[in-house]
Design a protein around this ligand. Structure first.
Ligand code: RNT
Ligand code: ZN
Length: 414
């Protein structure tokens, strides 16, 4: 018997089916964030510093400098990740020689990305870039009291939705356009209401155009604080949850955007009850919204458990959102993506129905015993089998490949 066959039998004895788990895992697409590849520089305004209260710290060599380099790096990472996935782009990643500002972007500026995604069998998601720009220097974009500034960003976001819908149409799979804006105050505001009124008005204007729901989904991402917006963020969780329920858009929950002991795993089931689909930004906050590489920790497992146990995986779009500039960026992608998949696999290997039954009948002893036993079950053997069937390394052999790529390609970039 192989290691996998042994594992399959042990899971069967517990009441779960490893074949089914692998089949289900193979259907779950994860949206890989392009911005891990170049520390969120993008290609439109490469000389501009990263603003908006987010920070990519570190100066590991090898960051992608051109769309070609970024696509090559993405391909290298995706070769080491089992399954078919999506890539999430930001507006500043437009691939064009035309000088164009954010309020002039059109689908054609992203045509090479679409062509590439078709060749690679990938989906694409999208994000307006409401930061790292001279018009966001005040700290406000679509909630700005300056009407010229507000209109500039509204126009940018409206165009981004059309680009997202273009991705969805061209690639034959729904594209999520996720709107996050950094708007907020460093110090205590006097008027918390007016910026929120303006944000609401701008969102109404941005979402006014109806786009094909089969090709496109709008999501809005809240935040608690950022660097420079410590005291007040206009787009808070309550704000966007209310907006999403009232206007039928999706909520994006980012794991780093809440109080340090607050977790998004506990929010998924509530959000699912009142909205259609949702987006997750799976990240890892360390003491603040630091966007560390996703590791296989308790909260990642809990997020995966909620996605699977709810039986609503089809309504939950999973995206990664982190950017670590202190390690090999291709490895950062591979580690985070594989960890997300491992967590999902472990959740899929649970005898969930049985455990829910224990809970219902008040058998909390059995529930705890199962939960703990599952931690030492041989899920790694199933993971390795899943990787084998998808022709990617099941073990650390992926790291050798990344190191070879680093020597040959990344180290040449100076
Ligand atoms: C910022 C948000 C946002 C960004 C990306 C780059 O706090 O999490 O999602 O990280 O859009
Ligand atoms: Zn995010």
């Amino acid at each position: 018997m192989t290691r996998y066959e042994e594992a399959r039998e042990r899971y069967a004895a517990l009441g779960s089916d490893a074949e089914q788990a692998m089949e289900a895992l193979g259907k779950i697409k994860i949206s890989m964030q392009c911005w891990q590849g170049d520390d969120i520089r993008g290609f439109l305004f490469r000389e501009r510093e990263l603003t908006g209260g987010i920070q990519a710290t570190g100066n590991y060599p090898g960051a992608a400098r051109t769309p070609e380099e970024l696509r090559a790096d993405l391909e290298e990472a995706l070769r080491l990740i089992p399954g078919r996935h999506k890539v999430s782009l930001h507006a500043i990643y437009a691939d064009t020689r035309e000088p164009v500002d954010l309020d002039g972007l059109e689908p054609r500026h992203f045509a090479p990305w679409v062509q590439w995604a078709k060749e690679q069998g990938l989906g694409l998601d999208f994000n307006p870039t409401c930061f790292s720009h001279e018009k966001s220097e005040s700290g406000f974009t679509i909630s700005s009291a300056d009407e010229g500034i507000r209109r500039f960003w509204v126009e940018h976001c409206r165009r981004c939705r059309r680009i997202g819908a273009f991705f969805g149409r061209e690639l034959g799979q729904k594209s999520v356009t996720n709107l996050w804006v950094p708007d907020g105050y460093k110090d205590l505001p006097v008027d918390r209401l007016a910026p929120r009124l303006r944000l609401k008005q701008s969102l109404d204007e941005i979402f006014a155009e109806r786009l094909d729901p089969a090709a496109h989904l709008d999501a809005v991402e809240s935040k608690l604080f950022g660097i420079g917006s410590e005291s007040y963020v206009v787009g808070s969780h309550e704000f966007y949850l209310g907006y999403a329920v009232q206007n039928r858009v999706a909520v994006c929950l980012d794991a780093g955007h809440f109080h340090p002991t607050e977790v998004i795993s506990n929010k998924i089931s509530s959000v699912l009850l009142f909205t259609g689909e949702m987006l997750l930004h799976v990240s890892r906050p360390v003491r603040w919204d630091s966007d560390h590489v996703v590791i296989l920790d308790d909260e990642l497992q809990e997020i995966a458990n909620e996605i699977i146990r709810s039986g609503q995986a089809a309504r939950i779009h999973i995206g990664l959102d982190y950017f670590d500039a202190s390690i090999n960026r291709v490895a950062a992608w591979v580690i985070g993506m594989r960890n997300m998949q491992k967590a999902l696999l472990r959740a899929l290997l649970e005898p969930t129905a049985q455990m829910k039954q224990m809970e219902l009948s008040g058998d909390f002893t059995g529930r705890l015993a199962f939960l703990e036993e599952l931690k030492s079950m041989p899920w790694q053997a199933v993971w390795e089998e899943f990787c084998r069937r998808n022709s990617v390394p099941g073990d650390l052999a992926w790291l050798d490949q990344v190191r070879r790529y680093e020597k040959k390609i990344l180290e040449e970039r100076v």
